[in-house]
Design a binder for this molecule. Sequence first.
Ligand SMILES: C[S@@+](CC[C@H](N)C(=O)[O-])C[C@H]1O[C@@H](n2cnc3c(N)ncnc32)[C@H](O)[C@@H]1O
Length: 245
Amino acid sequence: MATNYDAIAQEYQASKLMPWRKHIEAYTYFNLIGDIHGKDVLDLACGDGFYTRQFKLRGADSVVGVDLSAGMIALAEELEKAKPLSLTYVCCDAASISFDKQYDLICASYLLNYAHDEQSLKAMCDAIFKHLKPGGRFITINSNPDYRGTVESLLPYRFTRENKSFEEGAEIVYRFYQPDDSFVSVTNYHLERATYNRVLASSGLNEIAWHTMELSKEGEQEYVNDFWNVIMNDQPVVGISCRKI
Ligand SMILES: C[S@@+](CC[C@H](N)C(=O)[O-])C[C@H]1O[C@@H](n2cnc3c(N)ncnc32)[C@H](O)[C@@H]1O
């Protein structure tokens, strides 16, 4: 069953402090997004607003965050109250949004991998298409359907990934280890790359491109020897970009 983030909102928040998040995930994501100045941005599956806040701080004109989990949205709103950035948060299913506005850029780190079949993926992609301005881009970070590493191979980075199988809709279970060695589990779903490509295209999204993760220079220098080899050689997450033409 897909994860209920209400129960693990704080632990998930802590997992964003792992070095790979900064040096690989965020580094790649921001490179894909590029210059965000003056843009109206919609951040789907925004969680506690980890990226939502950064989009505003990097110059977006406006940013709206959407998440299914009331617990995650509560954390995001708490942070907004403590340090106001004029961000708006909405608690709802990204597949059901109906805003009377279109955006220059829709971002989503780890949304599409919550679709367990083609139909639920299509509902997400249709909502994305509907809320993009013509010419607008959709940029996402997702579980990589082509990852084939062993469960333990990512332990040096303080998490594991287990594919229950590689059937369409099979569970992918992540464990994120906390500083005290306890862990939280998060479950999303495997769909093949071809399924993502077919559904994105059928929703009207074009210029679909898949992007391997990149390692920041800072990360390369901070962690020497072969520290990053495993995660860089068989990548558990992947970037996808597309455009509404
Ligand atoms: C792995 S977390 C990522 C949070 C944030 N994007 C980040 O990178 O820190 C995935 C988030 O997706 C949300 N989520 C899952 N399915 C969703 C859906 N259908 N609509 C909106 N949010 C969803 C979860 O509640 C959770 O907060």
